[in-house]
Design a binder for this molecule. Structure first.
Ligand code: NAP
Length: 256
């Protein structure tokens, strides 16, 4: 137990694995976790050099695992390399995700499967792989999944994404029901509309961009920094009795 309530937010001595660590929200979470004291492992299908440099700038510790998260055969290697990097993984942050914009009438099975594979199925099986380890050593762990506003709403021209992110909330609840008794906290964060690659097309569409901005009570797009308080909270001892919940960080979008 921490000495003061503020100490409960420290990640000192912990190791966090973040997927999609090379850019955007995942990169931000890597830096935030390093600042909070954690060893960080970034999983990405391309170089995490920029993330590594940002972490070095705050004197953090970082290792990279190169893996394509649309291929389930990478899971055992990720677990082995992650355990070899810093000993034990304590925090799994399932961030990697893709979006494909297309009229529902035109969606192909290939595109549907691509989105469901990374956003939904990989979240479950990577969580399963680490939870199996944690249930064996009985030391617990934290899983944080990235949901979306489209976990709660249907969205426009992104049906596979809405399906996958709605599933993330269901997976978060289902795993919490089974694993909370093993000291494994499973929660999710639902970011609102954040300025990253994920929303580049949306932001470059003047009409959609204006429609979205005018509906955000906070009056601005979110930034990766906006997510970090919630990311640290859900990875830390401060959230020990928070289970199966999806926390919106959305500038008030869902309140409207
Ligand atoms: P982003 O910049 O596009 O980041 C997505 C990350 O996922 C990238 O690192 C990407 O790698 C990685 N990724 C995708 N497919 C992968 C694969 N097969 N193997 C390994 N890595 C893969 O967008 P972001 O906004 O930071 O997105 C992060 C998460 O937040 C996603 O789950 C997204 O759906 C979610 N989200 C974003 C928003 C928003 O407004 N930005 C809102 C709600 C939820 P590459 O760079 O190699 O593609």
């Amino acid at each position: 137990m921490a000495n003061s309530y503020l100490d409960m937010f420290s990640l000192e001595g912990k190791t966090a694995l973040v997927t999609g660590a090379n850019t955007g929200l995942g990169q931000g979470v890597c830096v935030a976790y390093a600042q909070a004291g954690a060893n960080v492992i970034g999983v990405a299908r391309r170089s995490c050099q920029e993330t590594a440099e940002k972490i070095a700038a705050v004197s953090g510790r970082f290792e990279e695992i190169r893996a394509d998260l649309s291929d389930f055969s990478v899971i055992p290697r990720i677990v082995t390399e992650a355990n070899a990097a810093f000993g034990r993984v304590d925090i799994l942050f399932n961030n990697a995700g893709i979006i494909k914009r297309c009229d529902a009438a035109e969606v192909t099975e290939e595109d549907w499967d691509a989105v469901i594979t990374v956003n939904q199925k990989m979240v479950f099986f990577l969580s399963q792989a680490f939870a199996r380890e944690w249930m064996q050593d009985q030391k617990g762990g934290k899983i944080i999944n990235i949901a979306s506003m489209l976990s709660f709403q249907g969205g426009i021209r992104v049906p596979s994404y809405a399906a996958s992110k709605s599933a993330v909330v269901g997976i978060t609840r289902a795993l919490a029901n089974e694993w909370s008794g093993h000291h494994i906290n499973v929660n999710a964060i639902a970011p609102g509309y954040m300025a990253t690659n994920n929303t580049a097309n949306l932001r470059s569409d003047d009409q959609r961009s204006e429609e979205i901005l005018s509906r955000i009570p906070a009056g601005r797009w979110g930034t990766p920094e906006d997510l970090m308080g919630a990311a640290i909270f859900l990875a830390s001892e401060a959230s020990s009795y928070v289970n199966g919940f999806t926390l919106a960080v959305d500038g008030g979008w869902l309140a409207r």
